[in-house]
Design a protein around this ligand. Structure first.
Ligand code: IPM
Ligand code: MN
Length: 340
């Protein structure tokens, strides 16, 4: 194993439980015999509060050169008002997604024992660089009774098509080849029509994939009542954000939910992060659930071409049976290492 090439990975532990869960994930990667050449980047709320730095062009360019970025969690403690909303979200996380053209947010879910969606496996493919997140809009007459705030949703044929194509590719790899478009075509008629046409057109190249459509409000009911109906869900940036939190909740909690911000063409480093936040209240107590970070690391290994190792980790996570709360972070990692 020692003559195996190592992969260059940037690690952004971030805030709260972020550094603990990324460290735990890296232990599991090491245990599966994969060598990583890591470089840590001190970014996030703590760094911002320390010296005002969020992310500059030079650092973004340096990050681009890695094979992958593993991120823990970013954000101040709840109630800490020293950082205005959006500073870190737009300045750091979204800047990496946009700047590195990470146009897919791939979020796989597996319903753990006792969850509403126990035994169900499905994935959300969320468009990650357009929609309302593109930042189109502005404010007029700020603070006056005549204030105007607009916030547009950007949907380009190029952006929708590459996202939908990726989603079909993923769906075609499933045993049950099914793709569900989620949108709100009855109200958001312009964007909705574009998404529908693109799904129909791209679908012609994937004749074995069954295609379904749901309005986003109905999808919220179905995801709770009949989550077994899904294979791959494809949707826009904002619907995907909301729906993936719901998916996390019905499959056992976002403590288990992994995500991959992908640039499938590899023109920039892809970014792997648990869906959960920084949970400052339990930071340092060894209570954090590392499984989402571990699963994110498995997605990272898949991306860098280490499929066997990725599958071994994914299987160990799927077979994991202990009680996370009583085992604690270290106990979970020991159990995973034993079943690798
Ligand atoms: C997520 C998060 C982010 C998003 C926030 C932190 C900007 O909620 O990754 O789902 O909205 O995409
Ligand atoms: Mn979210």
């Amino acid at each position: 194993m020692s003559n195996q090439p190592s992969h260059r990975v940037a690690v952004i532990g971030g805030d709260g439980i972020g550094p603990e869960v990324t460290a735990a994930a890296l232990e599991v990667v090491a245990a599966v015999g994969i060598r990583l050449d890591t470089k840590e980047f001190d970014l996030g709320a703590a760094r911002y509060l320390h010296d005002g730095f969020v992310l500059d062009d030079a650092t973004l360019e340096e990050l681009r050169g890695f094979e992958a970025i593993l991120l823990g969690a970013i954000g101040p403690a709840i109630g800490d008002t020293r950082i205005a909303g959006g500073v870190l979200e737009r300045g750091l996380l979204l800047r990496m997604r946009f700047g590195l053209d990470l146009y897919i947010n791939y979020r796989p879910f597996r319903g753990v024992e006792g969850s509403l969606a126990e035994g169900c496996e499905f994935a959300i493919v969320r468009e990650n660089t357009e929609g309302p997140y593109a930042g189109e809009g502005g404010v007029l007459r700020y603070g006056t009774p005549q204030e105007v705030a607009t916030q547009g949703s950007v949907n380009t044929r190029f952006g929708v098509e590459r996202c939908v194509r990726y989603a079909f590719m993923r769906a075609s790899q499933l045993e049950r080849q099914k793709l569900t478009l989620v949108h709100k075509t009855n109200v958001l008629t312009f964007a909705g029509d574009l998404w529908r046409r693109v799904v129909a057109e791209v679908g012609e190249s994937f004749p074995d994939v069954e295609v379904d459509y749901q309005h986003v409000d109905a999808a919220c009911i179905y995801m709770v009542e009949t989550p077994e109906r899904y294979g791959v869900i494809v949707t826009d940036n904002l619907f995907g954000d909301i729906l993936s939190d719901l998916a996390g909740a019905v499959t056992g909690g976002i403590g288990f939910a992994a995500s991959a911000n992908l640039n499938p063409e590899r023109t920039g480093a892809s970014l792997f992060e648990p869906v959960h936040g920084a949970a400052h209240d339990i930071a340092g107590t060894k209570k954090a659930n590392p499984l989402a970070a571990v699963s994110s690391a498995a997605l990272m290994l898949e991306h860098v071409g280490e499929s066997d190792a990725a599958q071994r980790i994914a299987r160990a996570v799927a077979d994991f049976e202990g009680d996370v709360t009583s085992l604690g972070t270290d106990g979970v990692i020991i159990q995973l290492q034993e079943s690798l």
